[in-house]
Design a protein around this ligand. Structure first.
Ligand SMILES: CC(C)(COP(=O)(O)OP(=O)(O)OC[C@H]1O[C@@H](n2cnc3c(N)ncnc32)[C@H](O)[C@@H]1OP(=O)(O)O)[C@@H](O)C(=O)NCCC(=O)NCCS
Length: 385
């Protein structure tokens, strides 16, 4: 593209999509895309996936340390007590459900929740952030119950976050495997470097806007199909394919039509997504418990067919989809579930941004015309358009 002379000399070539650009330091998560390793505060996700809870992951992200038993019980108690929404926010949900998507409702809920919080100094911001982590889970369950015309189920602060969410959503007691599966999902998706939604939260926090403004930005950013929305589309595909025998033809057609296959490809991971194997194994377990191995086998065959044709990795969204589906989560709640996990990382990043803030303000290269002649309205020709 030929550029205006003065700009061409002074502004460097932009990096499309900011690919490979390092925008800040963080102590939260590190993603090694070349080796397929994800760590939270130095702890490998492979270890955390084995035997921890979402609450323990939040402790790590908020404290940069493994919790003691006391700290973990305190966190579990605090997040349990946080799973309550102000009555006015319940009214907002009641008015919106059925009229807009669950993600749009959730974005409005996060924004509305900000009105019921006091301004507090930075040193007291963590409890406020944690409240939001608890409230988002309740809001997601409530969005579902209200739109289905079902009675709202109150939170039970004595239960773990994953267990209580499933109970508030479905109205019955989840199985041990279901609780473990949701815990695993919440742990694995809690943070992931400067992904688009986390970056948008940090950009907003960088202006010293408040916590709820930053998380509202993040929820909006997550809703796009190239980010959080990919898991819904991945499930639509798995259901459309229906059985393993149909996968080859479906994927062949998708590639021939130059379609992006949801749940595949990643900007950072080059060999494997660190979270894939854990989600895949857990999906198999849950499908077995439900006696529905067809879904698992179909997903596995889609993966095989994609990778046979192109060397793109299977990303976190692909196996998240059948996992959530088998937990009885409707597909349009998949992205809200993603938000319910990622809010742990978003809030931790916002706290980190405030602690060492600098306004995030990149530049754009102007590629339009310059030195154009201004003509007053009354002298402009009708023919211009
Ligand atoms: C995530 C994503 C946006 C990354 O995009 P990116 O870093 O810009 O990757 P690129 O578009 O440069 O991909 C490189 C090549 O792989 C192809 N590719 C990438 N993802 C693909 C997909 N999901 N299906 C088919 N082809 C894909 C691209 O078309 C490109 O092919 P080319 O070299 O022949 O032109 C992209 O992979 C995508 O749209 N995936 C589907 C959505 C998704 O699952 N998002 C969740 C991410 S966690």
């Amino acid at each position: 593209m030929s550029l205006p002379k003065d700009n061409k000399d002074s502004i460097p070539e932009p990096t499309k999509g900011l690919e490979g650009i390092v925008a800040a330091d963080t102590n939260l998560s590190s993603v090694n895309g070349e080796k397929g390793i994800l760590r939270y505060c130095g702890f490998n996700i492979d270890d955390l996936a084995l035997d921890t809870t979402f609450e323990e992951t939040i402790c790590i992200l908020y404290d940069y340390e493994l919790p003691t038993e006391d700290r973990l019980s305190e966190m579990t108690k605090n997040i349990g007590e946080a799973r309550v929404l102000p009555d006015e926010v319940v009214e907002v949900i009641t008015k919106l459900v059925g009229k807009t998507s669950p993600m749009s409702t959730l974005r409005t809920v996060v924004s509305a929740l900000g009105h019921y919080e006091k301004n507090v100094p930075l040193s007291e911001l963590a409890p406020k952030a944690l409240r939001l982590v608890g409230q988002i889970a309740t809001a997601v369950a409530m969005i579902h119950r209200l739109r289905e015309g079902l009675p709202i189920i109150k939170a039970d602060p004595e239960r773990g976050h994953a267990e209580d969410f499933l109970r508030m959503l479905h109205g019955d007691e989840p199985s041990k495997i279901q609780i473990n599966a949701l815990n695993l999902y919440l742990i694995l998706l809690a943070d992931h470097g400067f992904n688009a939604s986390t970056f948008s939260a940090r950009v907003t926090a960088g202006t010293l806007a408040n916590l709820h403004s930053a998380i509202t930005s993040a929820v909006g950013t997550l809703s796009g199909p190239l980010h959080g929305g990919a898991n819904e589309k991945a499930m639509d595909m798995i259901l459309e394919v229906g059985k393993p025998e149909n996968a080859s033809e479906y994927i062949e057609n998708a590639f021939n039509n130059k379609q992006k296959i949801m749940g595949f490809g990643h900007r950072v991971y080059k060999v494997d997504d660190a979270r894939r194997i854990h989600l895949k194994n857990m999906t198999e377990l849950v499908c077995k418990e439900n006696g529905n191995m067809e879904i698992y086998r179909t997903a596995e065959e889609i993966e095989r067919q994609v990778r046979k044709r192109k060397s793109i990795i299977t990303n976190v969204d692909f196996y998240s989809a059948p996992l959530l589906y088998e937990l009885g989560i409707p597909t349009d709640l998949f992205t809200p579930l993603f938000a319910m996990s990622r809010v742990a990382g978003w809030t931790a990043h916002v706290l980190e941004q405030y602690k060492n803030n600098r306004l995030i303000r990149p530049r754009a290269r102007y590629v339009g015309q310059i030195d154009r002649t201004f003509t007053p309205l009354q002298h402009r020709s009708e023919k211009r358009f």
